[in-house]
Design a protein around this ligand. Structure first.
Ligand code: NAD
Length: 341
């Protein structure tokens, strides 16, 4: 009789997740049980019988959910992403669940998507593409601006923020940075200057957000900060939607104060992004309004979506699953919370 192997319940999966995760489990000592729905209070029962639960950015590992998982015998919550604002780490610790993440699957993927968004929104490539497809070869209304000589403000100089800053330095932009933990050596090496948040907001022609969602960064970009920005500022957010107060953003766009917006994340993206809602009535009025502006470009949280990043997410996730099942320490830098016991 075959030995029964531990089960990993994998929530919020799409075809590309299942594809890359399945490829990587060759050497893993778990069987995968894929779920398309997200982990939340109503769905946590689907983890019964599993010893590992694997989640993504919009699953909800609340204290109640974590207690329920612990009751089922789950000992490892493996996040297949970098951000962890959707997990109650204290509750995980109390429940005896180790939480791991994939801190740096490919900062290049995220940084390159940031550059793609910025170039596309500035040069209105999405509008040009649609026009040309309809044999409309006019170029009126597609005027952009040279990046060279403009000031870029980077909020958060971690893995992705640093890469974006370095890439845009090669466009001959002036780069200002703001971080609660500045890396002065890096800044000096790349001729980048740290500034306080207010100075950065006031002096930037382009503002790119790369800080995690924390109580301090929640609605960091709001009515008051937008009012201090230069007229015509372009805002790019690939970090987390809640860094921006959407209604304030809409107000800034309507008044013409904001010149362009490119988002890969959105405050209320849960249940919308990653889904095909093309045959449905969009219920989110703010998102619907954002989509009406000619100077707004939105992608649905796909900055991470490269072959290299998906491979690395799967590799790190299952390396940690194996290690924890075998009683070995997880890969360095991937543990968010390990119960003291
Ligand atoms: P990172 O941890 O390497 O860097 C984050 C930086 O933000 C750090 O330098 C940190 O000191 C700084 N920071 C923290 N609090 C701050 C504050 N209050 N003000 C200013 N700076 C602050 O993270 P990363 O890999 O660069 O990713 C950044 C964020 O991007 C992640 O937290 C995640 O939410 C998001 N992300 C999105 C995608 C996507 O597909 N759209 C992919 C990966 C990461």
């Amino acid at each position: 009789m075959a030995d029964s192997r531990p089960i990993a319940a994998v929530f919020d999966t799409k075809s590309y997740d299942r594809d890359y995760l399945s490829r990587e489990t060759g050497s893993a000592s778990v069987d995968l049980r894929f779920h398309e729905f997200r982990l939340e209070a109503e769905t946590a029962a689907a983890a019964e019988g599993a010893s590992v639960v694997c989640v993504f950015v919009n699953d909800k590992a609340t204290p109640a959910v974590l207690q329920q998982l612990a009751k089922y015998g789950v000992r490892h919550l493996a996040l297949r992403c970098a951000g962890y604002n959707n997990v109650s780490l204290k509750a995980a610790e109390d429940a005896g669940i180790v939480v791991t993440r994939v801190p740096a699957y490919s900062p290049y993927a995220v940084a390159e998507h940031t550059i793609a968004l910025l170039l596309a929104v500035n040069r209105k490539l999405y509008r040009a593409y649609n026009r040309v497809r309809e044999f409309n070869f006019s170029i009126g209304g597609l005027v952009g601006f040279d990046l060279r000589g403009k000031t870029l403000g980077i909020v958060g100089t971690g893995r992705t923020g640093k890469l974006v800053a370095q890439m845009l330095k090669s466009f001959q932009m002036k780069v200002l940075a703001y971080d609660v933990h500045p890396d002065v050596e890096w800044a000096e090496k790349h001729d980048i200057k740290y500034a306080d948040f207010l100075t950065l907001v006031q002096e930037s022609d382009i503002l790119s957000l790369h800080a995690p969602l924390t109580p301090e960064t929640d609605h960091l970009i709001n009515k008051a900060t937008i009012a201090k920005m230069k007229r015509g500022v372009v805002i790019v957010n690939v970090s987390r939607g809640r860094l921006i107060h959407t209604k304030a953003l809409i107000h800034g766009l309507k008044s013409g104060h904001i010149g362009g917006v490119a988002l890969d994340v959105y405050e209320e993206e849960e249940g919308v992004f990653f889904e095909d809602l093309s045959g449905e009535v969009l219920q989110d009025d703010d998102l619907a309004r954002l989509l009406t502006f000619p100077n707004v470009l939105i992608t649905a949280h796909q900055a991470f979506l490269t072959h290299e990043a998906l491979s690395e997410i799967a590799r790190v996730t299952f390396e940690n699953v194996n290690r924890i099942l075998e009683g070995r320490p997880p890969l360095e830098g991937t543990v968010l919370k390990a119960p003291s016991s």
